[in-house]
Each structure stands twice: as structure tokens, then as C-alpha cells.
Write a protein that binds this ligand. Sequence first.
Ligand SMILES: Cc1ncc(COP(=O)(O)O)c(C=O)c1O
Length: 499
Amino acid sequence: MAQQSLFLSTNIRPTFLVKGDDLWVGCFAPKSKPIHLKLSAGCSIKATSAADSKPTEVPRQWYNLIADLPTKPPPPLHPKTLEPVKFEDLSPLFPDELIKQEASSERFIDIPEEVLDVYKLWRPTPLIRARRLEKLLDTPAKIYFKYEGGSPAGSHKPNTAVPQVWYNAQQGIKNVVTETGAGQWGSALAFACSLFGLNCEVWQVRASYDQKPYRKLMMQTWGAKVHPSPSNITEAGRRILQIDPSSPGSLGIAISEAVEIAAAKADTMYCLGSVLNHVLLHQTVIGEECIKQMEAIGETPDVIIGCTGGGSNFAGLAFPFIREKLNGKINPLIRAVEPAACPSLTKGVYAYDYGDTAGMTPLMKMHTLGHDFIPDPIHAGGLRYHGMAPLISHVFELGFMEAFAIPQIECFRGAIQFARSEGLIPAPEPTHAIAATIREALHCKETGESKVILMAMCGHGHFDLPAYEKYLQGGMVDLSFTDDKIRASLAKIPQVVSS
Ligand SMILES: Cc1ncc(COP(=O)(O)O)c(C=O)c1O
């Protein structure tokens, strides 16, 4: 019998057919490597892409937007001297390679082979056309989403956890500490530490620690030690508990606790899940991959939407597209969506402020609600951060993107529509991107425009079901606060005269 031979790449989903008719014989998806197939005569093969996108390679470099900006972002300042921070100021907290990346203005930075090897556990991630959501909304818009929820921890966070832990391991570090809001970042770091044999200790924001016991168990399963924050273990935590013993905590407080421990212990480094340049850099693997996927299907986004806590998933998708925009190749609208309960870009001021509540981190120029602003305990715990990534704030000030805030009930309404049409249950954070996407798609329905909307769907919500229960039982409320609350916390930001 004659045989035909062919290679199948990892994104191809083949269906075997008996010659002459469409009798389905079998279907499988090759996992991590292209495979070589031999077919007997009389059989044929019909192959479709696993997602709407064509097969794509995992990018081999991260992209640094700073290289292409017309002006460089203002530097972080030492909290005592108010001078730009030096390499040695950061070395008690971060390994050398990450400090270099933090200050780098190189356009592309190679992804180490060992990191690429781990990325291949879940990358490339799918780019999916949300046809059923389009139909449900009866919109002429085309909605695409880039889904990061297939990573082991269930979000985009491992894209940076893995290199952060790898660079620490390369420098011989054995212990890392961090904060986590929703528990997504903590679980991503715990996962990465389990791969490279590091000890991991996590301060989890009290509100999430109580709302999300399964995230804590995930971290523990990967070997991490988890504390609710504020805790009695640190000076920063004790100070908050003295004022408010039932404090729901905040990312700013949890950062203070982890930084305090790292600064005090010579054998312990600190990892941050968002905000810093090197974190945003690592996340650009999302956008680089997505550019190739969109090109492969002949689409160009008109609007790019992502939720922003500290800004890393948004930047990860948007920054490579901003490069293309600056090059004049495309001109999408870039839109950040934040929670109405923690609206740093839309209601904060652009000023130097601490990254944490206790005032231990360098001062960063960013949109801030004030470092001791404690946001109401909305379900999107990962968006409860008082500031914004300085690089995003800079890009916002340059006018390359826009922002708006949405309250949580509208977000969960959108999440239910998304889950019931596309099947995936989103984490509470990307429900903000979904709600904004639905707004845009409905606007297209009114105007008749068939815009291409690209959305960052940065994580699944399998451990966030209590939030869905609240919504489904009608118990969810839109938490609001008075402008006095922002005014009071803004009054406490340090007075730095910009040079
Ligand atoms: C699923 C998910 N999305 C978004 C965020 C917000 O972080 P960032 O703005 O850095 O992407 C978090 C933070 O914990 C998260 O867990």
C-alpha cells in the first residue's frame, strides 16, 4: 500500500477520514512537539487549527517599549535621598539580571532557553474569535480574545514568575518572598519556585485570603508558605492591625510586609507580580505572539482592551502593538479598564509616590490614589492597587492610550454573558475587560461599524466562584467611596519637586 507522510505542528487538530466519504475515524491534538505521520492509502486527513489562529512559535525575545518612546519615563527615586535609585539600592531585593532589565533601554531582550522550555508548557496561548458572544450581542464587531488562563496557575502571571525565579536561581538565591492579591500571582510564583527548587513565602491580602481558600491551597500544594496580610509577623503589618484589627488588607500593605522581610534577610529576595518595568517586559510575550497570530489570519485590531491592576497583562498585550502603532503600521485605540473602586488612572494624580503602604519602596512617578488608600474589598482582588505601572502612566501621559473605570456588577454581568456564550469562566479581573469589550461591541451595533476588538482575557475564575455566587444570588453591590477618601490619602503622598 502506498503511504503518504506529513508533519503536523502543535496547533493543528487533525481529523482522519476514510477516502471517498467524510467518515470520521479519529482526532487528536499533538501536544508539545510537531509530529511526523505516515498515512496508509485510503485514508486522508483534514486538519484545522486548534484556535482561530494559525500555528505560532513562542517568541524568543521580550520587547521593551522604552526603546521606542519619544521621551523616557521619569526614574524611580530613593525614598530618603530623592535621588534616582542606583543599582546597589535595589540589589538587596532583586538579582542583578532583573535590575539590569529594570533600567534597560534595549529594544529586545533574549528569553533564556530554560525559561522558553517552561513557557512551552502552555505557550503559545490561543487567540480565539468570540463568535458566539458576537452573535449574542448581535454586533457587527469582530471580537478576539487572547487567553492566558491555560497556564498552570491559570493566568498570565507565570509569564513573569518563571523568569524571575530563574534569574534568582541563577544567582544562587534559595528564598523568595512576595505579596499576592487575588492569589493568582502568589500561585504563579509558588509554581515557578517548585520548578526551580526555591522556597517561597507569600503575604496574601486578607480579603482574598478569606474569599479564596483554594488559591491558598494551590500555593501550599506547590510548596509555598502563605500568610494573611496584614500579619503580626512584620512591623508594617502590626502597625496596620493596631489601627484596624479587621483590616481587609491591600496590595500596598502586603508589598510592605514582603519587602520588609526581604530587606532584613540577606538570603531572601523579593519578587513583584506587576508594576515594575521588568515585569511588563516579560509579559510582552503575549503581545508578540498575538501580533503573529493576527497577521496569520489577516486581521488588524481597531481597539485593544485590557484590565489594569498594576498594569502587567494590559502592557503585555498592548505594548508590542503600540510599537507597531508608533511605526505607523497600525492605529488601534488602546484602552485600559480599571475598577470603579480603585481608579488610579482615571481619578488618581500623576505624581511620585511609594509603591507600598509603609513607604519602604522607591518613589515611582505614577498615577496614584495615595499609598495608604485602601480600596473597598471588590472581588477583583488583583486590581486593588493604589498605583499604576510607571511605564503605563508615562504612556498614558504621552497620549498613546486611554482609560476608564467600570463598577463590578456590570463586569460580572458581562462575565456571565461571556461564560454562557464562550464557555470560559473569567477571573474577576478580566471581567473588566469583558465589560468594556461588550460596551464597544454594542456601540458598534449602534453605529454599524464592524471594528476588530482585541481583548486580554488574562485568567480563569475557577477559584473565584464565591464571587459568581454573590452575583447570581443578587448579593453583589457596587462599592463606592467619596472623593474625600481620595483627597485624604492624596494629602499624604510625598512632596517631590520634579526636575
Ligand atoms: C487574573 C488577573 N488579572 C489581572 C491582574 C491584575 O494585574 P496586572 O494589572 O498586573 O495584570 C491580576 C492580579 O493579580 C490577576 O490575577
